[in-house]
Write a protein that binds this ligand. Structure first.
Ligand SMILES: [Zn+2]
Length: 329
């Protein structure tokens, strides 16, 4: 069972605040949990729900085995409602249904919680209908709105709720989270360096892109230094087909940057922080023939390539220019 302590590793600022509010019995009637995908908004909302209803709570910690805890875990607690987008938006009838359910259920119990995921997807009429509900609930009610785009919520909804900002995860915590989701350690290290947004990481992991890209980057960089005649062929045959989307083009440049940074780490004696740890032998061999100064110039070449890509320069040109400049220095 998840504990508040587990969650604190993900959100070291939000969790102590929620624990304190629970312990002092000072919960707000409505919260907005705002933060990127994968920052633990939903997990913390569920834990809050358990703490709110648990019959054998110890401090802020829910017991995990009472009827309420078990029902929340299984997603069938009668006083907990989760509203999710129906297609592209959350519609007025969904909010109205929630209100009706709560009025009817008001007979059975005194407290209720509703959670609205992707709350920024409420249509204007849904949000307006929620407003009344936020102001005049029929019975003691806790509302938790989750969003990645807080600024898209109606100002009137925001002003009636307490905003809780979820910080991006640290790279190491995010890499662990990816591993819990089944991503191998090797690939989680690379993904966590590129992004700590779960949607972004999932996109890069789709159809094993990250695995393929990782091995081509290693091939490309090795050839760049050891078999220079091969490089443009590998770029053409293996790299460009993997780099049709901008998200992949950007991630590819990030991976080249990480590869070069690893090499610099080896040159400066920091071999325990490698993102491509399986390349250590290769790095050590290359470190003998490339100076730190050259390597730093190569790194700034990649940063320049990233700027060119952002400015919409043709990707093949950006890559050719970068690879040739590394060879030339
Ligand atoms: Zn319990």
């Amino acid at each position: 069972m998840t504990t508040w302590n587990d969650l604190q590793q993900t959100q070291p600022r939000v969790v102590p605040f929620m624990i304190k509010s629970l312990e002092k019995d000072r919960l707000s009637h409505a919260y907005i949990f705002a933060g990127e995908s994968g920052t633990g908004k939903r997990e913390i909302a569920l834990q809050l729900t358990k703490s709110y209803f648990c019959r054998e709570r110890n401090g802020a910690e829910p017991c995990g085995h009472c009827v309420d805890c078990k029902r929340i875990e299984k997603g069938n607690h009668p006083d907990v409602h989760i509203v999710e987008p129906d297609g592209a938006s959350i519609k007025k009838h969904q909010v109205e249904f929630l209100q009706k359910e709560f009025t009817y259920r008001g007979m059975e119990s005194s407290h209720k919680i509703y959670m609205i995921t992707e709350a920024d997807k409420m249509t204007a009429s849904a949000a307006n209908s929620l407003l009344k509900f936020l102001e005049e609930p029929e019975s003691p009610t806790l509302a938790i709105l989750l969003t990645e785009r807080e600024s898209s919520l109606l100002p009137t909804v925001r002003s009636r709720s307490q905003q809780i900002s979820f910080q991006p995860l640290s790279k190491s915590v995010f890499a662990e989270k990816l591993q819990e989701l089944g991503v191998s350690r090797m690939h989680s290290l690379v993904l966590a360096e590129i992004t700590t947004n779960l949607d972004h990481a999932n996109l890069l992991n789709e159809a094993e892109w990250i695995a393929q890209a990782r091995s081509v980057v290693i091939q490309l960089m090795g050839e760049l230094y050891l078999r220079p005649n091969q490089v443009l062929l590998t770029l053409q045959d293996k790299w460009l087909p993997l780099s049709k989307e901008k998200v992949h083009q950007e991630a590819g440049l990030d991976m080249i940057l990480l590869w070069l940074r690893d090499l610099l780490y080896i040159q400066t004696g920091k071999s325990d922080t490698l993102v491509f740890p399986d390349q250590q032998d290769q790095y050590e061999q290359l470190a003998l023939s490339i100076s730190q100064q050259q390597n730093v110039e190569h790194l700034s070449g990649v940063l320049e390539a990233k700027r060119h890509l952002k400015a919409n320069m043709n990707y093949q040109l950006v890559m050719e220019k970068l690879l040739l400049s590394i060879q030339g220095v």
